[in-house]
Design a protein around this ligand. Structure first.
Ligand code: DAV
Length: 350
């Protein structure tokens, strides 16, 4: 891993938050927010601050030598209708959720939320350009997102019941058809680790496993987490054999990593204040960092404890403030998607 070339999420243009499908992935204290803003724009003032922060993040990435490309601006408020459902869009803010690059191949994830069905459209101009210049381009099978994909009886009101179901590998999405978000997969050379989550089902992981075999091995790992959605604030790989493992969500298969000689690092408790809105995530966005290479990390300017942790590991910190952008559900890892990195393909998990 040397240089990183990123797609940065663009929050320009219309942004709408959608209610359907969100309750299983968010925290009860925000449900009234969804009732008020569902189908409407995120609060305008807040969004403006988030856009300015992401602009600044983008400038800093460029100063660090990263090539930054931005998705297209799309009007996400447009209503669409398929034979199976009707919806409006969400945003094109989190390229990590929809794109994963494996070797020279860009894979578009099918997604699982109806509000995200057409999200790929924001990235097509960039993907076509990479395709023309030699990249492989794959779109995973698009789900119908019919009612059968969602467990209508999923216990959104009971964390205990959700814990019980999570232990059985059951979440709000069913196994009706494959679905996944790219952010439920994390890469480590020839090995890719995936979690069954609210938005990624076993069939989706199986599609990736078959698609990438035999060059890459896809392993399913799981965590003590009643609400999994995206692996990168739970288990974030930050270097060869080096992983940040969320202490609130221990990994059930951690011994496999220890046996492979990995160093498991426990990140400190996030310092984000309780009254700061996080509409679509937990506070653990603090560990949702972006490694520019093995020795440079982009980390939140306010998160002093994790900065100290990185410095102790010999990793220099590039401190950037994206607190308002965090409210939309992502940290630096979510807000970016690295397309090209220098380095060689290796195995770190034998
Ligand atoms: O709190 O684990 C992380 C990332 C969502 N895109 C969480 C959510």
């Amino acid at each position: 891993m040397l240089r990183v070339r990123c797609l940065r999420g663009g929050s320009r243009g219309a942004e709408a938050v959608h209610y359907i499908g969100s309750r299983a992935n968010t925290y009860e204290k925000y449900w009234t927010f969804y009732q008020k803003y569902g189908g409407h724009y995120f609060p305008k003032d807040h969004l403006k601050k988030a856009v300015a922060e992401i602009e600044e993040m983008c400038n800093i990435l460029k100063m660090e030598g990263v090539t930054v490309r931005r998705p297209d601006t799309i009007d996400w408020s447009l209503k669409y209708k398929t034979p199976d459902f009707e919806s409006t869009g969400l945003y094109g803010a989190m390229p990590r959720d929809i794109l994963i690059v494996v070797g020279n191949e860009i894979i578009e994830a099918p997604m699982a939320w109806r509000a995200r069905f057409f999200e790929y459209r924001a990235y097509r101009a960039i993907i076509k350009d990479y395709f023309r210049r030699g990249a492989k381009w794959t779109t995973a099978p698009k789900p119908t997102m019919a009612d059968e994909l969602y467990d209508q009886d999923y216990p959104i009101h009971s964390v205990e019941d959700r814990h019980k179901l999570a232990a059985q590998g059951k979440f709000v999405t069913t196994e009706f058809e494959p679905c996944f978000d790219a952010a439920d997969f994390i890469r480590a050379g020839r090995d890719i680790f995936a979690q069954r989550s609210q938005v990624t089902n076993y069939m989706g992981i199986e599609w990736m496993r078959k698609h990438l075999a035999p060059d890459y091995r896809v392993h399913i790992i799981s965590f003590k987490d009643p609400n999994p959605m995206h692996i990168d604030a739970t288990f974030n790989i930050i270097g060869p054999g080096l992983v940040l493992s969320n202490p609130d969500r221990p990994c059930h298969q951690i011994d496999l990593f220890k046996k492979a000689g990995w160093t498991i690092v426990t990140p400190p408790i996030p310092v984000i204040p309780d009254d700061h809105p996080l509409w679509m995530s937990s506070k653990w966005l603090s560990m949702n960092v972006l490694m520019l290479d093995e020795k440079r990390v982009m980390v939140d300017a306010n998160e002093v404890p994790i900065q100290k942790m990185f410095e102790k590991l010999g990793i220099s910190t590039i401190k950037v403030n994206i607190r308002n952008a965090n409210s939309l559900g992502g940290g630096f890892h979510c807000w970016t998607c690295d397309v090209r990195r220098r380095g060689t393909l290796q195995s770190y998990f034998d």
